[in-house]
Design a protein around this ligand. Structure first.
Ligand SMILES: Nc1ncnc2c1ncn2[C@@H]1O[C@H](COP(=O)(O)OP(=O)(O)O)[C@@H](O)[C@H]1O
Ligand SMILES: [Mg+2]
Length: 342
């Protein structure tokens, strides 16, 4: 049982602020500094201890490899000493990680006030995914609980606990798990050799559908039924709870195609509906993504955003290459766009 007041390196734990499937997150303060940080620790539960510790190391390495305004930043990392382990009720050598503290709550507690806000969130997530994918990292657990906000309302993707490192894929199975309502068929089947950037894009489709409608695209009582629904890909009618421009539904439906190779990764950014213009919402078929503007959810400047969107395209092409090299996976057609969007 972890307790407040326990120490790890120069950090003093204050109070628990979050709990997920893998671990606990504590608010902590560094000696001599007033700004608090977040410290993530594994659950004390000894089951699958070694697997979890290995996955945690991979998580910390992955977060450290990323540097993006919409991805949580790592501040410190270490392995518990004997004394520290005793203080927090874990085992010596157990990994821990300190990150920036995000105090604005998660996407689970938020509903978009309208299309501009939802669009800003989706763009921020696309940017964050583009950045991770360009570095060969597939998040695999994108869901409302894992999208947090800082005190200025800027969104961050957290929790790389299920990350798939594409450069390691083929050598070792990644830690398994996930959130079935937001999982692509290739992830639900457990076939990690078929997973790639497209797997996160499917999760983004689930998240977008949920934010737009208040429901998950597929809802079922049991896991087998849910997995079958994702695999069949028969989506319910799209009933948004906010006014959306034409094209959003088609964009989401395209992300939610069960066959990974038919998800429109490369042209996704270019097909993304543009900021509503004077005279009503319009689609970005005429190049909305290239005319990048600061996003309301993100506060990104145009230049990095353009770069990140360009990376999304590169990433998809690179992903296709990687996928083609993996033994039993089909290549993602790198030029497939968003069919049917005006
Ligand atoms: N940097 C952070 N700042 C504030 N709260 C956080 C931070 N990181 C995680 N949390 C909270 O802790 C919860 C669990 O953290 P997470 O990294 O998602 O762990 P798990 O892998 O166990 O799901 C999150 O859902 C969130 O509520
Ligand atoms: Mg989590």
């Amino acid at each position: 049982m972890l307790a407040s007041g326990a120490r790890i390196a120069s950090l003093r734990l204050e109070s628990r602020i979050g709990r997920g499937g893998m671990g606990e997150v504590w608010r902590a303060r560094q000696d001599g500094l007033s700004a608090p940080v977040a410290v993530k620790l594994l659950h004390a539960d000894p089951a699958r201890r070694e697997d979890r510790a290995r996955a945690f190391l991979v998580e910390a390495q992955s977060v450290a490899a990323l540097d993006h305004p919409h991805i949580v930043s790592i501040l410190d990392f270490g392995l518990l000493t004997e004394e520290e382990a005793q203080g927090v009720g874990l085992w010596p050598g157990c990994p821990w990680m300190a990150t920036e503290l995000l105090t604005g709550g998660s996407l689970r507690e938020r509903q978009p006030s309208g299309w501009p806000e939802l669009r800003g969130w989706l763009e921020a997530l696309l940017d964050a995914l583009a950045h991770a994918h360009a570095r060969g990292l597939i998040h695999r657990d994108l869901k409302p609980d894992n999208v947090l906000f800082d005190d200025a309302g800027v969104l961050r993707v957290v929790d790389f606990g299920l990350v798939l490192q594409l450069d390691k894929a083929g050598t070792e199975a990644p830690f398994s798990g996930g959130t079935p309502v937001a999982m692509a068929p290739e992830q639900l089947s457990g076939d990690w050799r078929r997973q790639g950037p497209w797997t996160d894009l499917y999760a983004l489709g689930c998240l977008g559908w949920r934010l737009a409608t208040g429901r998950w695209p597929h809802e079922a009582a049991g896991l087998p039924e849910l997995a079958a629904a994702h695999a069949a890909g028969r989506l319910p009618p799209f009933v948004p709870r906010l006014a959306l421009p034409d094209g959003v539904e088609a964009w989401l439906r395209a992300l939610l195609r069960p066959a990974a190779r038919s998800r429109p990764a490369p042209l996704l950014a270019a097909s993304f509906p543009a900021r509503p213009q004077r005279g009503g919402p319009r689609l970005a078929a005429e190049g909305g993504a290239a005319r990048a503007q600061p996003s309301p959810g993100g506060g990104l400047h145009p230049q990095p955003r353009r770069l990140a969107l360009a990376r999304l395209c590169t990433m998809a092409a690179a992903g296709a290459e990687q996928e083609a090299q993996r033994p039993d996976a089909a290549a993602l057609a790198p030029t497939r766009g968003l069919a049917g969007v005006p």
